[in-house]
Design a protein. Sequence first.
Length: 574
Amino acid sequence: MIGTIRLLLGKDIRRLWPPIGLMMLDALISMVFYGVLYLLILDLMNATFSLHKLGLYTLVLLAAFLLRCAATATGYTMYHVLGSDIIKTMRLNLGNHLKNLYLGYFDKNSMGHLLGVMTHDVADFERVITHYMGDLIKAVFLSVYLVAVAFWIDYRLALVQLTFILGGLLILWAASRVVTRLGIRKRRVIGQVVSRIVEYISGIRVFKAFNQTGSRFQRLEQSFRSFKRESIILEAGIAPFVMVFAILADLGFPLVMISGAGLLLEQTLTKELFVIFLIQSLALSNVLKAFSGQYHEFRYFELAARRLVDTYARPEIGFAAEALPPERYDIEFRDVSFAYEPGTPVLKNIRFVAKEGTTTALVGSSGSGKTTVTSLIARFWDVTSGRIFIGGRDIRDLNPDRLLAKISMVFQDVYLLNDTIYNNIKIGAPDAGREEVIRAAELAHCRQFIEKLPGGFDTLVGEGGSTLSGGEKQRLSIARAIIKNAPIVLLDEATASLDADNEHEIHRSLQQLTTGKTVVVIAHRLNTIRDADQIIVLEEGGIAEKGSHRELLAGGGAYCRMVGTLAAAKSWKI
């Protein structure tokens, strides 16, 4: 566990040395109380006790108490202050690390798992630093110190004592294996509970519409029952080990007393050493019982540290060098193949060039690979084989952040932060002024509905933009792209959520957004891409045909059939 902590904290672990030192000092000072007890017993045995010694002992105990208060208060304060600061940095680093991972990590890991890592695991690791590590170090230090004292007093009694300690350590080792096995199961269930809660809240309208709320929503109820069951199993699984260890720790004292009494009768042990060994044995018993409870908690929270280490171990999107962004913005796919899962290709030998300043439209049936193409351009994924070039440079040689700085995206599913409309638009250009934000809203034809809201541009939109309609969120997304003013624009069903009245105006805004840019657009509404410089028809992950609207109609292929189907659909009546 110490190695895991060092790995997660890095150089920050040095900041914890002062509070660790204070905890060890506190442990040593606590032995003063047992020392005074020893002297007091000897005085009573030898009839040398007096009021003067009582006053002296009282002063020593008072001084030790004040020193312990100072050491403990300072140590725990430093643990909490430094621990909170270290965890703050860890959360930021973890967020930056997740941002730089391939999207495959997020697809393969549920929302519950990711939320668990970012919240529960980080919080549990913080408890390790701020609560358990100091107490555990103090318990280990005291145990080693007391065993060393035992051997200094009498090695024979020390060996008797050590036998029980080794037996207790074997029990702790067995208990740690149980904690790890059952703890992994419990943390897995916690992730499922969080996933079910997010699912329930996100889909509450659907569940209400189909009368699946409350007890009728079995998935949520079952996840809570599983959480309850695993919590009980974990506690019940550890309890026998804790009880046996406590019994061993308590048995050590009477057995040492019996063994010491035998040596005392044999006159191979003085009464003074016998008394101090009894006090030492009593102190060690109390320390070991405290250590047992702390150790099991420590081992359980170690699982959080392991999951954090596993998350940090996920490879980030790499790049060859800190290269400058390209000077040209034509896009070339050269024999690109891609598979989300091994053996299941989504794209096969894709080859095309989207020239700088032109519009390339991607059409095809659902699952043909259109969105995958745009995701590869943005390098949300890396190609399985082949290469993608922007301005003649392989995008794998470009810093992903610098690459995305040159790309504006308008997705079909728009997500807005739980912030003001103004700040949601400004995400596209953090350094933009208010006038630029308002201008972008005008170009996206959303200023009119914004100014009708109670707070105007300062209106909070709710998490995910829950207070706005789909069309309003889509227009805010377009405003983001407009204010970013990137040379490459990726549009994924940009007008999918708009009604007929707004669609014409939005197309005008998109024309302003895309003028002079390299544009790759996905659309099912074929009438929106008639003027595209190049139309690529995808079928089953390959390019069926490509060309202009007129060329593809003249060819009589897949695109021509799609246009014919669309024309026939317009004549349908209900």
